[in-house]
Write a protein that binds this ligand. Structure first.
Ligand SMILES: Cc1ncc(COP(=O)(O)O)c(C=O)c1O
Length: 426
């Protein structure tokens, strides 16, 4: 052992005591604040009371949680405390040693929330990163095909085309009739993919919930269909599902599930999770490697071998998951269903406002598309933001002229009614 190692070990011993105290203090403060939250289920509380627990400007009505979430104040406080702690001795707090068991605590929380084994959960930076790892790391070459539809987000698509150029596999992207979302059934959706599968299809990629109209894919059925045709890998984009709907990823029978907790889990920006089913772990070559290459070999941690990492942010993700657990996955999904039902009913009551998403909750989700007849969605979105503070996302792709609305559990039925009145009056 070099003298440097001894010094470092000595320093760490002293440092870890202080570190542990600072971390414990933050965790205790967080737990105390969590216990005081007006969460649903506590006497007289519903989801609406949670609005004040977020820093959203009072000048806006935020209907764009599908683009990016907002961190609850108490998670942000913990995040700031961790960052401050880190700046007291960056050398100590930027490596894993400063956070005894920290990374593993977050991994355990993420695995429990998603419903998989701890050893199947990698802590990444976003959905896009997870798909880039797969496009680079899976054993693909000439004769192999990767299949997805136009409903795929760029974050789960572009990486395949990019890698195909140098690695020789092919990519097939087919047009999904997204404009007919309100007429289609779950079986239509599965059949649309099934028609496109060929003996060459080695990877099938699809979203759990697409980001345009909010189809909720029957993931298990899709995976079974794909396997029955010999597809080797099934990779799911869960960016819009984790934190919004209640599911157990290991029940799906898929190989990979990549997601971005900075959306519906309301974690720090730049947080990602990648589920890698145990059986296919050896199939994926890590995208980048450094000092963890030997230490983490053969484990899911090889996918987080970045070198220097923003540990305070990662630790705060653990608290974002705690916060969501406190709300309850089932209760949240029920609240999203209520808002969906209310929104749809109110759209159907107003002439000139058209529902452009699936018409049943089981096939739909907490994000949905509408159209204001005779108006360009980008103009409407700009005007409603400037004049009324509404934030939502217009879509003008794939023949659509729609607006995607994605409220959160604390948005109210009144806010929806007011928004639709303004839209209707245009
Ligand atoms: C369905 C879907 N997939 C992937 C992404 C990309 O997410 P990220 O930028 O966090 O990787 C998004 C972002 O909106 C999305 O909606």
């Amino acid at each position: 052992m070099s003298p440097l190692d001894i010094d470092r070990r000595h320093f760490l011993k002293a440092g870890v005591v202080a570190a542990t105290a600072g971390i414990l203090e933050t965790q205790e403060a967080f737990a105390a604040r969590l216990a005081e939250l007006p969460t649903p289920g506590r006497a007289g509380q519903g989801f609406v009371e949670l609005r004040d627990e977020y820093a959203l400007s009072p000048d806006i009505t935020y209907f764009n949680h599908a683009s990016i979430g907002t961190i609850p104040k108490i998670v942000r406080e913990a995040q700031h405390k961790y960052q401050e702690l880190c700046e007291t001795n960056p050398w100590l707090y930027i490596w894993d040693e400063g956070w005894p068991d920290g990374r593993e605590v977050v991994r355990r929380k993420a695995a429990a929330a998603m419903g998989c084994a701890v050893e199947e959960m990698a802590l990444t930076h976003n959905t896009t990163e997870g798909f880039n790892m797969l496009a680079l790391g899976l054993p693909l070459g000439p004769g192999d095909e990767v299949l997805f539809s136009s409903l795929n987000h760029a974050g789960a698509s572009v990486c395949w085309n990019y890698q195909a150029e140098s690695r020789g596999f092919s990519v097939k992207r087919f047009e999904f009739p997204v404009g007919r979302a309100a007429e289609l059934t779950e079986d239509d959706l599965v059949a649309a993919y099934e028609r496109e599968i060929t003996p060459d299809t080695k990877v099938l990629v699809f979203p759990h919930i697409d980001n345009i109209v909010g189809f909720r894919y029957p993931v298990r059925k899709m995976a079974e269909m794909a396997r029955s045709h010999g597809v080797r890998y099934v990779a799911v984009d869960g960016a819009q599902a984790a934190g919004m709907i209640d599911f157990v990823v290991s029940d799906f029978g898929v190989d990979f599930y990549s997601t971005s907790p900075h959306k519906w889990v309301q974690g720090p920006k730049e947080s990602g999770l990648l589920y890698v089913s145990e059986g296919v772990l050896p199939d994926v070559r890590a995208m980048w490697v450094t000092w963890g290459h030997t230490r983490w070999k053969g484990t899911v941690r090889v996918f987080e071998d970045y070198g220097t990492r923003n540990m305070p942010e990662l630790m705060a993700l653990g608290h974002a998951i705690d916060f969501q657990n406190e709300l309850g996955a089932r209760a949240k999904e029920e609240r999203y269903r209520q808002l969906w039902q209310h929104f749809k009913t109110e759209v159907d009551r107003r002439s000139g406002v058209i529902w452009r998403s699936p018409v049943t909750w089981d096939f739909g989700s907490g994000l949905y598309a509408i159209e204001r007849e005779g108006h360009k969605s980008s103009d409407v979105s700009r005007r409603l933001f400037q004049e009324h503070g509404y934030v939502f996302r217009p879509f003008a792709t794939q023949g659509l002229n729609s607006m995607r609305i994605s409220p959160n559990v604390f948005n109210t039925e009144d806010e929806i009614d007011r928004f639709l009145d303004v839209l209707h009056a245009l």
